[in-house]
Design a protein. Structure first.
Length: 344
């Protein structure tokens, strides 16, 4: 139904505009009597064989929603009702910011892909916390944190510290985002020494808490093998819990969309089907090279149950959806979980 009836209507609208419309529709539907219970009954796979114990957290199933979809923690509970095993909010920054000028999200239907240059648009960490205070038990939530655009890289650690400490009581794990291509110079923080310093600092704050929480690093798919070797060393040295592989790519190779269209769109991170192969390669490299030393959350180009199984077979412990969720609809969550049950 989604691909035949709903998606064609959604795709008539600007991607960012329809995103907000869909949020309002989902929120409205959940205010109707019995609808939340009905959605959970239809969407959720409750089989205990789907559960995964990863970095000390028990996930009811391994299919999560990637950061960027619910940036401001406005709809995490309703999205959880669709069957996700966990929802990652953000990227959040200390201060609210508008992000980059619109238009800043573009569909590439011929490639089943998106290009975005959102630029960490969000209402700030404090606004998200007010919504998270109403969180009901049961849904696992990750907090993806970043720096404000106006904050120079030399002072970036302070931005991450603010978000970490403020969010700490309200999320189950953290993701350090230094890999978005849409904030100027942000990816420079992926270099070995700045990244090591940042993660050491956050781990120091983490160990001061009564019960430390997992910290993960989200990396770009555009890193070389030598840089991935550095990531493995940094994870080992800093003691963070794991890695999310991968963020969007700046590559435009092997696209079916005409080059003139790609050129007209301009800069931004590419997600969706074209990212699938490279994201899986990064997962496999990190897993094999490290000897499966740490958990990996796999994300990038998951549009089918087979795509998900490939990520898990490559070494991912959990997976996340974003662009595949947009193109395939919420039914994709159930299809992946049912494929996993057939394997068990």
């Amino acid at each position: 139904m989604y691909k035949l009836l709903i998606k064609p209507i959604f795709f008539l609208f600007d991607p960012e505009q329809i995103h907000h419309i869909v949020f309002r529709l989902i929120r409205l539907a959940h205010r109707l009597p019995l609808i939340p219970s009905l959605i959970r009954a239809v969407s959720s796979e409750k089989d205990p064989r789907l559960a995964r114990e990863v970095f000390g957290i028990r996930f009811p199933n391994p299919v999560g929603l990637a950061a960027g979809f619910d940036k401001d923690a406005k709809l995490y509970s309703e999205l959880g009702n669709l069957g996700f095993g966990f929802v990652e909010i953000g990227t959040l920054t200390p201060l609210p910011q508008d992000g980059n000028p619109k238009k800043r999200m573009f569909r590439l239907p011929a490639d089943q892909a998106l290009i975005n240059r959102m630029g960490f648009n969000n209402q700030g960490v404090d606004a998200a916390i007010e919504r998270l205070k109403d969180r009901k038990p049961g849904l696992i939530i990750g907090g993806n944190i970043g720096k404000n655009k106006v904050t120079p890289n030399e002072e970036a650690t302070r931005d991450y510290e603010i978000c970490f400490l403020k969010l700490f009581p309200y999320v189950d794990y953290f993701v350090v985002n230094v890999s978005s291509p849409n904030t100027p110079n942000l990816r420079a923080l992926q270099e070995k020494e700045p990244l090591k310093a940042l993660l050491h600092h956050l781990q120091g704050l983490n160990t001061q808490q009564n019960k430390p929480k997992p910290i993960l690093l989200k990396i770009a798919p555009d890193l070389t093998n030598e840089q991935l070797d550095d990531i493995i060393e940094i994870v080992r040295e800093t003691g963070i819990a794991g890695v999310i592989a991968t963020n969007t790519t700046i590559s435009r190779e092997n696209l079916h969309t005409p080059a003139s269209r790609i050129e007209a769109i301009g800069m931004g991170g590419l997600s969706g089907k074209p990212l699938a192969k490279r994201a899986t390669e990064v997962i496999r490299y990190l897993s094999d090279r490290s000897g499966k030393a740490f958990p990996i959350i796999g994300v990038g180009g998951i549009h089918s149950a087979q795509d998900a199984l490939e990520k898990l077979d490559a070494g991912a412990s959990l997976i996340q959806l974003y662009t595949g969720f947009v193109y395939e609809g919420p039914g994709l969550i159930g299809r992946i979980n049912r494929a996993l049950l057939k394997r068990s």
